[in-house]
Design a protein around this ligand. Structure first.
Ligand SMILES: [Mn+2]
Length: 342
């Protein structure tokens, strides 16, 4: 866990910044972490870091352009040391992925206290700001649940019993069978597509006051977010309908780059529908194939590690849910190896 003293230090760092910049991961956990800290700061700029788990050196240019007084990195598993060395401002990094040993950074991670603590970034951001920023529990819940975690469920249920029914205690049930799960999907789909569009949606999301603005489309801002979701969902549903599930234990679905990356979402939903299968959703990009791999019972991250030996590519993640990228020419060989390991 991250103790109270560190959470207060994080809060102090945010409050003392008059012009902070926030680099956040392109999922609901990253986004919620940003919105929570941004609301505490009352000012600043958010940058959604898409596509890769690492914050690369090239993002130092964004820092030079904006000239912030402090830099925050939220929910990114890795940061290139060159980025930290280039940036002259203090960098504060809040994350919950496996511990890194970078220098020149103030690093908050629950794994420092307990290596098994996976509690999402937005949970810690919420604990840091909750006494100072009101009405943001639903945003924190969207972030935490989006990472398949129920840490805020009890607190949330008390305030929003209609969005999370009493009988739901598992994250997958909450994600696919409740209003708060629907909200996670809606907000998540607003993070898909071209960065300029994403940032427009993010700006609107920072200004919402209630989840019902979206769920009931009761304000123009809520309507905007819902409409973007519908457009992405159309692409998503069409891809989903093309997936063939046979007797084979391994379900592989390969699709071409359609500007919208939904592999992670699709693999999660397919696993929910077919919990006995091992799922690989592969998106073709020029020259490479990017995959989301899921299973409920097989530790796919160790299969992945073995299958990647000697192949041009990389990957990693959690035991039952991971991602990988291989060169297009190596994809078939990778698949063959993965299948035989399985
Ligand atoms: Mn996360």
């Amino acid at each position: 866990m991250i103790n109270r003293k560190d959470l207060d230090l994080l809060k102090k760092k945010v409050l003392e910044s008059s012009r902070p910049i926030f680099f956040f991961d392109d999922d609901t956990d990253g986004l919620a972490s940003f919105i929570l800290l941004y609301k505490l700061a009352g000012d600043g700029k958010g940058v959604c870091v898409k596509g890769k788990p690492v914050l690369e050196e090239s993002y130092a240019r964004k820092v030079d352009e904006f000239m912030p007084d402090r830099v925050f990195v939220l929910d990114k598993p890795m940061v290139e040391q060159e980025f930290l060395d280039k940036v002259s401002q203090e960098v504060v990094w809040l994350d919950h992925h496996p511990l890194q040993d970078n220098k020149n950074v103030v690093y908050f991670n629950p794994k420092k206290g307990n290596p098994d603590d996976d509690t999402p970034t937005s949970y810690w951001a919420y604990q840091a700001v909750k006494n100072d920023v009101k009405g943001v529990l639903w945003i924190a819940m969207v972030g935490v649940l989006g990472d398949w975690n129920m840490s805020l469920a009890d607190e949330f249920r008390k305030e929003y019993p209609d969005l999370l029914p009493e009988n739901i205690s598992e994250p997958d049930k909450a994600l696919f069978n409740s209003k708060i799960g629907e909200l996670v999907k809606i907000i998540n789909f607003n993070l898909k597509g071209p960065t300029s569009e994403v940032m427009k949606a993010v700006k609107i999301l920072t200004r919402l006051e209630s989840p019902y603005e979206i769920l009931e489309q009761s304000t123009p801002k809520g309507k905007f977010i819902y409409k973007k979701y519908l457009a992405v969902n159309e692409v998503y549903e069409s891809l989903k309908s093309q997936v063939e599930v046979t007797k084979d234990r391994l379900v592989v679905f390969r699709y071409k780059d359609s500007k919208i990356a939904v592999s992670s979402d699709l693999s999660n939903e397919l696993l929910y529908m077919h919990p006995e299968k091992v799922i690989i959703i592969a998106r073709e990009k020029p020259g490479e194939v990017v995959m989301s791999i899921r299973s409920a019972s097989v530790k796919v991250s160790s299969l992945l590690e073995k299958a990647l030996v000697g192949i041009e590519g990389y990957g990693g993640g959690h035991e039952y849910s991971c991602g990988a990228c291989v060169k297009k020419d190596s994809f078939e060989e990778f698949l063959e190896r993965f299948r035989s390991l399985l």
